[in-house]
Design a protein around this ligand. Sequence first.
Ligand SMILES: [Zn+2]
Length: 365
Amino acid sequence: MKRTFLTLTALLLAPLVSLPAAANEAMLAFEELLKIDVHSHVFEDFPALNDLFQRINMRTVNICVPAGDGHLDQMHRSANELYRKYPEFYPFIATFDVRGHDRPDYAEKVIAWLDGQFALGAVGVKIWKEVGMEIKDQDGKFVLPDDPRFDPIYAHLAKVRKPLHAHLAEPIDAWLPLDPASPYFSYYSKRPEWHFHGKPGVPSHADLVAARDNILKKHPTLVLIGAHLASLGHDLDAIADRLERFPNFHIEVAARARDLVRHPSDKVRALFLKYSERIMYGLDAMWKPFLREKPPTDLERRSHLQMLELRYREDFDYYAGQGVMTYTERQVEALHLPRSVLEQFYNGNARRIYKLDAATKPAVR
Ligand SMILES: [Zn+2]
């Protein structure tokens, strides 16, 4: 695929809408930069994907999720095996059972399970929106992410210095009426269980954001990554506010560039420049053949890889490119982030936060 090169060349020739911060820097080529997608879900030995990663200079952090659908063991076995075979491509993030939170030995058992995953190389732990939006107590009340029953687990993660990758809450659109103009219209139309608008007795978006803030207040040494722009993609000031207040809070952008492009580019650029050490790249692609009745066909594999490469290149055009571009059918000025910021966003922060340089060399671990 030569699309990005051609697009970038065309953009270079386009008149500048405003002068970007890095106007004098030479354009960085897509393949030139080591890129780490800190948010993917790969659960099969898929050699063509490794070839793609190699060719485009991409690596990933492989995330086990969700915790409550009954596939916990199978998913971790698959992630463990991929990591053993290809440590440079598939460092992984474990998750933990969110059922059984009523049992008195719940936290103790979770901690033992997670320690087992750390021994196998897990670089972090995932918590998903099912906590706060799905899991309920016996009395029918939603269990919130800052529930004291999780505190021993968070305290343990802080102690053993493993980051918590937290997809908590959803975009604000989940609490608003279904709107065809929203980038999430299709998702919430097909997945009404996550569309909380108008439902009685559900936590509000603010309740869930406050619960996440509360985890950070209770566990100030816990490193927490707010997945998907911390579900605050509609409000860059709210993101900045939390980055200011919580020094161990970070964010990643997986599947949320479509929120970023709805803001003025100079405001998005300012956020990336100011918090260049706190933002990581991610895409959120899913490859879970074990959920299917039949194994994927070669055609499905090829189209998955094509989609993946296209989306990686599209994202790169937005973050690194220059001038006006089209992103998800929206005209937007590319961010043209300086090379040093792109290095941090695309690899430096992930390497530091998840200690990936150690994880990708298991022999010396
Ligand atoms: Zn995901």
